[in-house]
Design a protein around this ligand. Structure first.
Ligand code: AMP
Ligand code: MN
Ligand code: MN
Ligand code: MN
Length: 324
């Protein structure tokens, strides 16, 4: 028998997670804070079960995280149990698909009190919207020559570890690759499923304003996900962020995975002008690639306040840190 602790060794045998105080500002001396507020599990299009994701996050030294599956909080309970066992703090969350000027936009909902009536009803609506959308995408993919598209995408979802969650575009992308209709995922999105292509069905998503309303009604903080990833000019991005704030949005992601530092600095100036809180996240989906929980560029130096200083989030992490 070896003394190396196995995965089933008692919690006390593990090195406790250090709850360093979270920085109040993104100063020059801060490298990556040990926090990641944007990740996916098999409850949406991620490749790890919620408890495995939390265990990996803890192994990588994160002390605070959020699980933000697309249009679902089905993984939160399992993730919370795992976070308690690992001694890390997990803020409930999700990533909502919404419409703005007929474009798909993603909103990260950080929910210190969990989902209440408003967001729960909203998530049921999103679930149905996704189901309807997946059949519509399947019909369109069959016209491209992918026979039994729905079943083939379902098979890909099952292979990635998903239960009976609604299908998402990556499931169809993998089915296209497997059938030889696309060479790789990138090409499947570029030619068939990405913005402006046949499989980009967005008619079912609610208006941004409506979805932000669900988050606010249940005491959450609405955060604009990856604002640099939409094909928008700086001016248009400003319009998006202003409309978002008018709807009740309070934060935006300053750091999303790995990104260019000059663009992040410019984004910080825009957040500062608008009075937004800044969030950070890896947008991790799958192990084995270049990303992992906590993988992201260091934030630029800015006086924009981190979202964990928000008066409805700070007490959540403080209470968790005090109880561990
Ligand atoms: P859906 O939520 O069904 O609209 O699917 C969107 C998801 O597809 C995103 O959250 C990404 O995980 C993934 N995705 C989007 N664009 C690409 C791309 N070009 N290559 C690979 N995955 C992508
Ligand atoms: Mn995704
Ligand atoms: Mn997204
Ligand atoms: Mn995401």
């Amino acid at each position: 028998m070896s003394d190396v602790p196995s995965d089933s060794s008692p919690i006390s045998a593990r090195k406790p997670i250090e709850f360093r105080p979270l920085p109040q500002r993104f100063d020059s001396d801060i490298e990556v804070p040990d926090i990641d507020l944007h990740m996916h599990s098999t409850a949406s299009d991620g490749g790890m079960a919620p408890k495995e994701l939390v265990a990996l996050a803890a192994r990588r030294g994160l002390s605070r995280m959020s699980l933000t599956d697309h249009d679902s909080m089905e993984g939160i309970f399992e993730a919370q149990q795992a976070a308690r066992a690992e001694g890390i703090s997990l803020l409930p969350g999700c990533e909502l698909s919404v419409r703005w000027r007929n474009q798909t936009i993603h909103i990260v909902a950080l929910m210190p009190e969990g989902a209440g009536d408003a967001l729960s009803a909203g998530l049921r609506q999103q679930h149905e919207a996704r189901e309807r959308r997946s059949h519509e995408i399947a019909t369109r993919m069959e016209k491209l020559g992918l026979e039994n598209a729905y079943e083939r995408a379902r098979e890909q979802a099952t292979l990635s570890g998903a239960g009976d969650r609604p299908l998402s575009r990556p499931d169809f992308a993998r089915a296209l690759v497997k059938a030889g209709i696309a060479r790789n995922l990138q090409e499947a999105f570029k030619r068939h499923l990405g913005a402006g292509q046949k499989g980009d069905v967005k008619a079912h998503w609610p208006e941004m304003e409506e979805a932000v309303g669900w988050v606010r009604a249940d005491g959450g903080i609405a955060v604009m996900a990856h604002p640099m990833r939409y094909k928008l000019t700086r001016t248009k991005r400003g319009e998006l962020l202003r409309d978002f704030i008018a709807a009740g949005g309070e934060g935006a992601e300053l750091v999303s995975g790995f990104q260019n530092i000059d663009r992040a600095r410019d984004l910080a100036r825009q957040f500062d002008e608008l009075g937004l809180y800044a969030s950070v996240g890896s947008d991790f989906h799958f192990p084995g690639g270049p990303l992992a929980p906590g993988s992201m560029s260091p934030p630029p130096r800015t006086k924009v306040p981190p979202v964990w200083c928000h008066p409805r989030i700070a007490p959540f992490f403080a209470a968790d840190a005090a109880s561990m």
